[in-house]
Design a protein around this ligand. Structure first.
Ligand code: ZN
Length: 419
């Protein structure tokens, strides 16, 4: 399984300058790959990343600047061009209008990748670690999340964001054999499985009666609005405009990072707590319930949430299944009869069987049932919905969910993989 972890990096000014020089050499290499690809006469030497790598010896003889950077990283940049090329043809095949691959200006090329060799992650202690890069040196990183023991670092990308901040991203791989086994579906029941309603009022509502609040980003969004207003009053292209633009980019990044961090913790909690987690398929959910205004932003956040949930499910040995979202709110979890509910009606009250509960709890219960069906399991016979549904809903604060070390049902998994 392949996944990645990303960290804030703090190179000294001197090291940062060196990295910038290297990135610029890689940019030239990228553009030169493009040039040779476009103007090649000799199909033997270009046309695939693999063939093009052989050109690098000639490049170095001709332009000494290419000897200044790590040679495996240089190969990786050539590969990057061919990856972009194949992404482009993929889009074309899907009927999208695409142009040619463009020459990259410095502003458009802000990263480089070390592949296979030339890097080492060291001195990992607490929240600090050091990344060593060949021909560059040591770069301190904020190690806020440990790499799983089973993870092998395949590559490292270092990138300068438009805010001027540095980040490193580790491309990781864990062998299928090292992943914990998922529990057999026969042992799943309503106690160790959970259905989740991705809510409007709460971030999530679980079928066992937990709600987790939205992360409170009110202050951050207020700051963002203020900074954007200020930006709109500056003259475009002026120094002050540029300064203000950076401030806007910085607060946006801060918000994204806070959401991502929160989602990391929330998804880790879920896959550690349960053997099976069922969620709604978002493509439909998004169209059904989001207001148009909020839709794009929330869609992206949900998608990221599901992506994290799915990769952690592999790491912790948990079933994660997406189920049909259509009708989860309307349908009665007890008898299956559908009743239309306007969005402001917060209670489910079934005119057919009389079953009553919170609207989101009813939806979460439907998700749970659909999850069991999806895995080929019937709804556990001895569990009527009224019994499976907890009498009280209790709100779990975002803070409590993310507290480290809270006891969970799945300590075995937690000890196998730390996060
Ligand atoms: Zn009913």
């Amino acid at each position: 399984m392949e996944y990645s972890h990303r960290y804030h990096a703090y190179p000294t000014q001197k090291v940062a300058e060196t990295v910038e020089q290297h990135i610029d050499v890689h940019r030239q290499a990228y553009n030169f790959t493009r040039y040779e690809y476009t103007n090649h006469n000799d199909a033997d030497n270009v046309g695939s990343a693999y063939k093009h790598h052989d050109r690098l010896t000639d490049w170095k003889d001709e332009f000494s600047v290419f000897t200044e950077v790590h040679s495996k990283a240089l190969q990786r940049t050539v590969t990057r061009f061919y990856q972009n090329l194949s992404n482009l043809s993929e889009k074309k095949r899907n009927g999208q209008k695409v142009g040619m691959l463009k020459w990259k200006s410095p502003a458009e090329f802000q990263s480089m990748t070390y592949s296979q060799s030339g890097f080492e992650l060291k001195n990992t202690s607490g929240r600090n670690a050091t990344l060593w890069l060949s021909k560059i040196g040591d770069i301190p990183i904020r190690y806020h999340r440990e790499l799983p023991d089973t993870a092998e670092i395949k590559e490292v990308t270092i990138k300068k964001e438009t805010t001027g901040e540095w980040f490193v991203s580790f491309g990781l791989e864990t062998d299928e054999a090292d992943l914990p086994e998922k529990p057999s579906v026969d042992v799943l029941n309503t106690n160790n499985s959970v259905g989740i309603d991705l809510g409007i009022r709460n971030y999530i509502h679980t079928s066992d009666g937990k709600t987790v609040d939205w992360l409170d980003l009110g202050d951050e969004y207020e700051q963002l609005r203020r900074k954007q207003r200020k930006l709109s009053r500056k003259e475009e292209g002026s120094n002050n405009y540029e300064k203000q633009r950076l401030k806007v980019a910085k607060i946006k990044r801060h918000i994204r990072r806070k959401v991502l961090d929160y989602q990391h913790k929330l998804t880790t909690w879920l896959v550690r707590e349960y053997d099976a987690v069922f969620v709604e398929n978002l493509d439909v959910k998004g169209m059904l319930e989001q207001s148009y205004n909020a839709q794009n932003k929330q869609d992206a956040a949900w998608r990221q949430f599901i992506t994290l949930l799915e990769y952690k499910a592999e790491l912790y040995g948990t079933h994660v299944v997406q189920v049909e979202a259509r009708g989860t709110t309307k349908e009665c979890a007890s008898c299956g009869v559908e009743t239309a509910k306007p969005i402001w009606v917060r209670e489910h009250s079934c005119p057919s069987c009389g079953f009553e509960c919170n609207r989101d709890a009813n939806a979460a219960m439907n998700v749970l049932q659909r999850g069991f069906a999806e895995l080929g399991l019937g709804w556990p016979e001895d569990t009527p919905v009224e019994t499976a549904l907890p009498a009280d809903t209790h709100s779990v604060s975002a803070k409590r969910v993310v507290e480290a070390g809270s006891p969970t049902l799945k300590e075995r998994a937690a000890s196998a993989v730390s996060e």
